[in-house]
Design a protein around this ligand. Sequence first.
Ligand code: SAM
Length: 365
Amino acid sequence: SPEKLEFKDTTINTSKVEDKTEESEHLSKNLDEAIDNAEIDYTRIISAEMGVSSEALYQYIPATKLKGMDDYVPESLHYSFYSSQSGDFPLVIEPETTFKFPEHLKVMTYEMGSELYKFPEPKRSNTGVFNFYPLDGSSVLPVLALCLQQADRVLDLCAAPGGKSLITLQTLLPDVLVCNDSSISRNNRLKNILRSYLIDYESNNKWRERILCKTVDGRIFTDDSGFDKVLVDVPCTTDRHSVMNDENNIFRPDRIKERLRIPELQSQLLLNALKLVKVGGAVVYSTCSLSPIQNDGVVHLALKQAFQANGIVAVVKDMSAPFSSLSSTLVLGSGSALPKYGQLVVPHVEANFGPAYIARLVRVK
Ligand code: SAM
């Protein structure tokens, strides 16, 4: 029966379209062409995705019924492009051994499986700032994965509205934090958060020297000194939000081209982060999506481009050992949901956090 069809592998054989995309220097132009012009046998592709023969699939699902799935097929084609980019750059994955929970950071959360309750509204304390910042538990992890150290110079390349910047500051470790976001309105939200959570943010010059807010496109952000740590918390399909909100949903059929361009933007942001970090420093790439393209696919492509275009080499740090200690709070992807390079927080009925993907890259050249 159709229920027995299992989703086994997202690697699919779409050679016609791959040929078209690989020939072009410009991914987005080529991708549009591939999507617009390809003669696609949807049944063949979907059967490959499901790990069953197309004959078997035809038996269960008549070709006409597959029509509704058309919108999702180009996304699979796109993944085939990203996953086909392999083998010609140094790829090292090694276990992370330097992970340490920041001594001054305080995080409160629900116990797994406990009846979900609401945190009270944050209140202003007598210092004038709020007493806590509420956010999805998985949002703490990208900051932990930075493995911040005393006196680090840190860049948050896509910082607004500022949750992870604030956590970074709450570790009390960085000397300088540059908060960048290309959106002016979102940058204003970030400044509001800094005002609401940092004592005397407006009046004390010490903050001005240590927290620099910028509004630059992260793909072309430049800096002369280099950073010890760079966080790239990219724009993505924001899966939880997309499931909960219909309005302007990124999965709407008329936004498909926009959606397919997301990994391209993400890989350009990550590529620039790899240029901006010092040799020996670390880049953390994070999304709040379950999409393998936006997660491992983008990491793979950016590592390849960084090496081929700039001679940059970064080692992928396997965070599975340190992250396993969080398993009493969060559910991490395993089995077919286990990424190759990063860690995936999978929303679970007993631990309703995420989704979040976090990959840690240490630049070695
Ligand atoms: N790190 C933030 C936090 O913890 O609050 C959330 C970041 S949100 C997932 C992604 C951000 O990327 C958005 O605020 C968006 O404005 C910004 N963004 C989109 N394109 C960008 C670009 N080209 N350069 C820099 N920022 C960009």
